[in-house]
Ligand binder design. Sequence first.
Ligand SMILES: Nc1ncnc2c1ncn2[C@@H]1O[C@H](COP(=O)(O)OP(=O)(O)OP(=O)(O)O)[C@@H](O)[C@H]1O
Ligand SMILES: [Mg+2]
Length: 226
Amino acid sequence: MIELNGIYKYFDNKYQRTFVLRDVELKINEGDFISVMGPSGAGKSTLLNIIGMLDEPNEGEYLFLGKPVHKIKEKERVEYHRNYVGFIFQAFHLIDEMTVYENIETPLIYKGVKLKERQAMVANLLDRFNIVAKKDLFPEQLSGGQQQLVGIARAIVGKPKLLLADEPTGNLHTDQGREIMKLLNELNREGITIIQVTHNEEFAKMGQRIVNIKDGILKELCTTEA
Ligand SMILES: Nc1ncnc2c1ncn2[C@@H]1O[C@H](COP(=O)(O)OP(=O)(O)OP(=O)(O)O)[C@@H](O)[C@H]1O
Ligand SMILES: [Mg+2]
């Protein structure tokens, strides 16, 4: 599904070039659940953003479903991102001025889904995540765990093939974190491919593969029997 070959990301200033990713090679099959670990500043979020087509590498090849993402135009890349990728974040990134319902609905509006269909899709997820009663509340009126549920609902409402999670449990208590991980596992078993960044060893092991990034260099650590 995903193939990264010789990916480099760097920033130049007047005097020097700072490498964030160096010669990253990674193959990901449809249905995989991969955990990315590594110290702060190692390049984990940068890698996720490149895979999610929110950022571009300076060098290298990126194939997504056989399509050379490094060659396609910005507009088509945005379309790809919209149609195939869902993102969840450590700090939830919900829109404060919108209700739970509206937050989940937003990506469907961008995708041009009709009102009736949108209503059905959002209702379905509210129901599944047990947050029907919260639909007219604003993010600040929810607990952290509930906000992340909304974040996940918003990420998957458009039925993406790939779910990218950048430290999804980083702002949560352990119990809330476990709930979120349980949900990610369930979604993965239903077929969605997941790449998560995590600092938590227990949660990392819930993936089938763990990769480590240090100073922009990626190494496969292990394949777990998940
Ligand atoms: N515009 C930029 N100019 C220069 N360096 C940058 C720029 N954007 C990011 N970086 C650098 O890229 C490196 C990797 O950042 P990244 O956010 O990918 O790290 P991370 O592994 O996700 O860290 P954390 O665990 O703290 O989230 C950092 O050292 C950062 O300073
Ligand atoms: Mg990061």
